[in-house]
Design a protein around this ligand. Structure first.
Ligand code: CMX
Ligand code: CO
Length: 150
C-alpha cells in the first residue's frame, strides 16, 4: 500500500547551486548526499517533514553524472525541473506487482538501490499520464544498540 509521498525528484545542472537555492529561499537543509552510479546521478536529499508511518518526505535534487543517463537525457531535452515523483510503501515488490497487473510497465524486474539504502523501482511515464513514478521502500531505521531487550 502506498502511504505517502516519499520524494519529488528534481533535475538540476548544478547540485550545489540548486541546494543553496533551497536553503536560502526555503530554509531546507541538505540532510544527505550520495552518488548512485547505477542511476547515473549525484543527489542531495532535503528532508521536508516526517510522516505518521515513521517515514519522511523529501526533495531529491539530481545532477546527472553523464549525458547518456536518464536524468542527463531528460535535462538536455527539457531543462531543469520536476523529473519524477516517488510514493513510499512498506512493500515495493507488492505495489510494483499491483501496478503491473493494472497494465503499467514496471521498469525493473526486481527493485534496485535508491537513496539512503532504500529499494526502488519505476513505472513508465507513458503508462502514468506523463509522470515518471517511483516506488520506494525506505531502509529500516537502524537498530539502536542494546535496545533489543533480554
Ligand atoms: N517524465 C515524463 N516523461 C518522460 C520522462 C520523465 N522523467 N522521461 C522520459 N519521458 C518521456 C519522453 O518525453 C518520451 O516521450 P515522447 O516519446 O512523447 O517524446 C518518452 O518518455 C521516452 O523518453 P526518452 O527520452 O526516449 O527516454 P527513454 O525511453 O530512454 O527513458 C525512462 C525513459 C523513463 C525509461 C528512463 O528515464 C528511466 O529508466 N527512468 C528511470 C530511472 C531514473 O530516472 N533514474 C534517475 C533517478 C534516480 C532516483 O530517483 O533515485
Ligand atoms: Co527518486
Amino acid at each position: 500500500m502506498l502511504t505517502r509521498i516519499d520524494h519529488i525528484g528534481i533535475a538540476c545542472a548544478d547540485l550545489d547551486a540548486t541546494a543553496a537555492f533551497y536553503r536560502t529561499t526555503y530554509g531546507f537543509e541538505v540532510f544527505h548526499t550520495e552518488v548512485n552510479e547505477e542511476q547515473g546521478v549525484r543527489e542531495a536529499m532535503l528532508r521536508i517533514n516526517g510522516t505518521d508511518d515513521g517515514g519522511a518526505s523529501w526533495i531529491q535534487l539530481l545532477q546527472p553524472l553523464d549525458a547518456d543517463s536518464p536524468v542527463g537525457k531528460w535535462l538536455a531535452k527539457n531543462g531543469e525541473g520536476v523529473h519524477h515523483i516517488a510514493f513510499g510503501t512498506a512493500d515495493v515488490e507488492a505495489d510494483a506487482e499491483t501496478a503491473r497487473q493494472a497494465g503499467v510497465r514496471v521498469l525493473y524486474d526486481t527493485p534496485r538501490a535508491g537513496s539512503m539504502g532504500s529499494r526502488i523501482t519505476f513505472l513508465h511515464p507513458k503508462d502514468c499520464h506523463g509522470v515518471l513514478t517511483e516506488l520506494v521502500t525506505a531502509a529500516p531505521p537502524k537498530a539502536v544498540e542494546g535496545a533489543s531487550g533480554h
